[in-house]
Design a protein around this ligand. Structure first.
Ligand code: ATP
Length: 310
């Protein structure tokens, strides 16, 4: 599969200060890629530039090899966009709205009806085709918004905070729909909620202060921060002093079920030392595991430091 989205040296200044700086992104396969960042990090700015809504101060964007500034109509035919504020006409019915969206996308007249029908079915709103959009719930309005983004079967779909404002059941439904769409399309989705990106995305691009601070697979992100604790289960629990005597150990915390959490300093690899001492002092070691940092810890750490992207 060819490169569906390429962003090169993208920077944008609204007034005097830079909103995003030197962004480079390349997407070349189906699935969901998450753009994660706290409020004001620069996610919408990037998405608006990719979709041709905003002219970048510096840099270039290609959609399937087509420059969005030089050939906007051709490039936009290959992308669908759901902005943060839903682009809905409240006094239209769902069918009227999607028919209008199909016209805007230059779908040939004789194919509009089928395209509208297909998008409604895919997004599970066929049964509301003649309902006014203003009478739809938040979850169904979101589906109507997603339907307009996929009506022309674009290669790339950009979803800016698509589950924002939905209730928990609507969020589950929206995620299911996004996964289905991502089986056939490349989806770039933004969120400030780490767990959402973790659940939905294959790859993650994290942006803070307008710069990319991490870009890799979700698995690599989860493994990024080195473990700082060992969780150990011992049949014969030793005294705190015995554990603290192991070089590198900074703190111990006794837990239920004959478990102890052992904190150690950066760079120290103490698992072998714990095992050796357990044998020597007959602690009867049952289990020993490095504890992975919580996702939120990773987020916090990356938010406050810049690291090179891959
Ligand atoms: N039209 C504008 N004029 C001036 N500054 C703007 C404008 N739009 C955004 N900004 C600023 O640019 C920065 C990036 O904003 P952006 O909306 O891209 O972030 P975001 O990550 O999408 O945040 P959110 O999740 O809150 O939407 C912020 O500091 C914001 O205040």
């Amino acid at each position: 599969m060819s490169t569906i989205l390429k962003i090169e040296n993208l920077s944008h200044k609204y007034t005097s200060s830079w909103a995003v700086r030197d962004i480079n992104i390349e997407l070349d396969q189906h699935g969901v890629v998450g753009l994660l960042g706290s409020n004001g990090a620069g996610k919408s700015t990037i998405m608006n530039i990719v979709c041709g809504v905003l002219k970048p101060t510096e840099g270039k964007v290609w959609i399937d090899g087509i420059d969005i500034r030089q050939q906007p109509e051709l490039a936009k035919a290959k992308l669908g966009f759901l902005p943060q504020t839903l682009p809905l006409y409240l006094d239209f019915t769902v069918e009227e709205y999607l028919t209008y969206a199909a016209d805007l996308r230059f779908i040939p007249k004789q194919k509009v009806k089928a395209a509208v029908h297909e998008a409604m079915e895919k997004c599970g709103i066929g049964h509301f085709s003649s309902r006014l959009i203003k009478n739809l719930s938040g979850g169904y309005r979101q589906r109507a918004g997603i339907a307009q983004a996929i009506i022309h079967k674009p290669e790339l779909i950009i979803l800016d905070e698509p589950t924002n404002g939905l209730d928990p059941n609507q969020i589950i439904e929206a995620r299911k729909l996004i996964r289905e769409i991502a089986a056939e399309h490349t989806v770039l989705l933004s969120s400030h909620v780490l767990s959402e990106i973790n659940i939905l995305c294959r790859d993650i691009i994290m942006i803070e202060g307008g710069r990319i601070v991490f870009s890799d697979t979700m698995d690599a992100f989860n493994n990024y921060v080195q473990p700082q604790t060992l969780l150990v289960r011992l049949e014969n629990m030793p005294a705190e002093e015995s554990l603290m005597a192991i070089p590198g150990v900074t703190k111990v915390q006794f837990l239920a079920d004959k478990q102890v959490r052992v904190y150690f300093e950066d760079g120290a690899d103490i698992a072998e030392l714990v095992v050796a001492k357990s044998i020597q002092q007959n602690w009867r070691l049952k289990e020993i595991n490095y504890e992975k940092s919580l996702l939120d810890d990773v987020f916090k750490q990356l938010s406050t430091q810049s690291i090179p992207t891959n």
